[in-house]
Write a new protein. Structure first.
Length: 158
């Protein structure tokens, strides 16, 4: 919710305070706010805020979407990267797509970078959604959730 000076006499400066909730964001963000006034020259202006949201652990991408032929394996990779100056340890936790998706965690750079490879399991055409929880040794981010959606259609008719 913005706060601002309601009445500003001509030739005097006023104050506008905006807050951005960065929960759930990581990396660069770009937000705008439109300000309207009775100023005959600048009746409407746009304020722009650009920032980089720093997180203890960078997850790229944050979501997995498996789309393709249900008779083939569809693969997507998520990168997990430590953003703090201490080694990161991760452990797979709860996973609710055991019959639909396989995953494998690989440490790419010791204590710094990991890859989680997701592969669809061939079978009938289907849509699904679920998650993989990852436990970490960071008190700043003890658990992360990777959301997974799948939409696998039938193969060619013949």
């Amino acid at each position: 919710m913005p706060s601002f000076d309601r009445a500003i006499p001509p030739g005097v400066e006023g104050k506008i305070t905006l807050q951005v909730n960065t929960a759930g964001f990581q990396g660069p963000i770009d937000k705008t706010a439109r300000v309207s006034s009775n100023d005959p020259v600048n009746g409407q202006i746009t304020l722009r805020l650009k920032a980089v949201v720093r997180v203890p652990i960078l997850l790229t991408p944050k979501y997995v979407y498996l789309s393709g032929n249900s008779e083939q394996t569809v693969t997507r990779v998520v990168e997990i990267k430590a953003e703090l100056d201490k080694p990161l340890e991760i452990t797979p936790g709860e996973f609710n797509l055991e019959q639909k998706v396989n995953f494998k965690v690989e440490e790419v750079e010791k204590g710094r970078k990991f890859q989680v490879r997701f592969e669809s399991i061939p079978g009938p055409p289907q849509s699904y959604q679920g998650f993989l929880k990852i436990k970490t040794n960071y008190t700043e981010k003890p658990e992360m959730t990777i959301w997974i959606r799948g939409r696998l259609s039938g193969g060619p008719k013949g």
